[in-house]
Design a protein around this ligand. Structure first.
Ligand code: ADP
Ligand code: MG
Length: 242
């Protein structure tokens, strides 16, 4: 049983099956890369998992529990965190204030005793160090570079203890150096958080990939190691259109 399981999942928009009978199983602590040409249904798949979009048919199991009918809010409380293409940080607030807000969303805060508060303070330091924002705690989020803003958003998911992190093209617009550092961050999260990362940058995919899933026209096209995927004639045809 995977940490996350999609079973025969579909969503239809008018006449279009944006996701079509998709089966997917992601293990606890795994980083799964999701690839596919534009319009393949990658973003919609993330929308279905986080509850932004309701499935037309099929099932979503998270930690063995059927979450198909739960609201986006309920799923967030279960530990499903979504990072959108456009970062949703508060630009007028500092890095630390943004982290405080994210931290207040941590489900554990409800049981917030001294031990928990001490733990979370240590964790805050650790997370800000990981994303290299330790020296920018008092910087307004609006003054961060594009890459730093993306990292702040990742840090906000980490301080919420998101168990499943969904990321849609996290390196879009990043410099080569920022992309490489992002890969290092993701690699260090393996085993601790389950992640699904939609990406186009193949250098980045090679840096982080374990198993790669390729979608086309809402359905599963291929799945395997990065080498298997790159040598798969079906995948080449989907990307090159021949
Ligand atoms: P990808 O992220 O792989 O590029 P998307 O999941 O964004 O693809 O889109 C898959 C298909 O579903 C596209 O044809 C897109 O136009 C369509 N689509 C996505 N969201 C909606 C929506 N809310 N209403 C109608 N069509 C949509
Ligand atoms: Mg997309």
């Amino acid at each position: 049983m995977g940490h996350l399981e999609l079973k025969n999942l579909s969503v239809q928009f008018g006449g279009l099956k944006a996701v079509n009978n998709l089966d997917l199983s992601v293990a606890q602590g795994e980083l799964r890369c999701l690839l596919g040409p534009n319009g393949a249904g990658k973003s919609t798949t993330l929308d279905l998992i986080c509850g932004k979009t309701a499935a037309t048919s099929g099932q979503i199991l998270f930690e063995g529990r059927d979450i198909t009918g739960l609201s986006e809010h309920r799923r967030a409380r279960l530990g499903i965190g979504r990072k959108f293409q456009t970062p949703s940080v508060f630009k007028e607030l500092t890095v630390l204030e943004n982290m405080e807000i994210a931290r207040s969303q941590n489900p554990g805060i409800l049981a917030s005793g001294f031990v928990f508060r001490t733990h979370i303070r240590g964790r805050l330091k650790e997370v800000l160090e990981l994303v290299e924002l330790k020296d920018h705690v008092h910087t307004k989020a609006g003054n961060l570079s594009h890459g730093q803003t993306q990292w702040l958003e990742i840090a906000m998911l980490l301080i919420q203890d998101a168990k499943l992190i969904l990321m849609d093209e996290p390196t879009a617009g990043m410099t080569i150096q920022e992309t490489r550092r992002t890969g290092e961050i993701f690699n260090s999260l393996k085993g601790h958080h389950t992640m699904i990362v939609v990406e186009h940058d193949m250098t980045f995919v090679r840096q982080i990939a374990e198993t790669v899933t390729v979608m086309e026209l809402g359905a599963l096209l291929a799945q395997g190691s990065i080498e298997e995927i790159e040598n798969d004639p079906k995948v080449r045809a989907a990307y090159l259109g021949n």
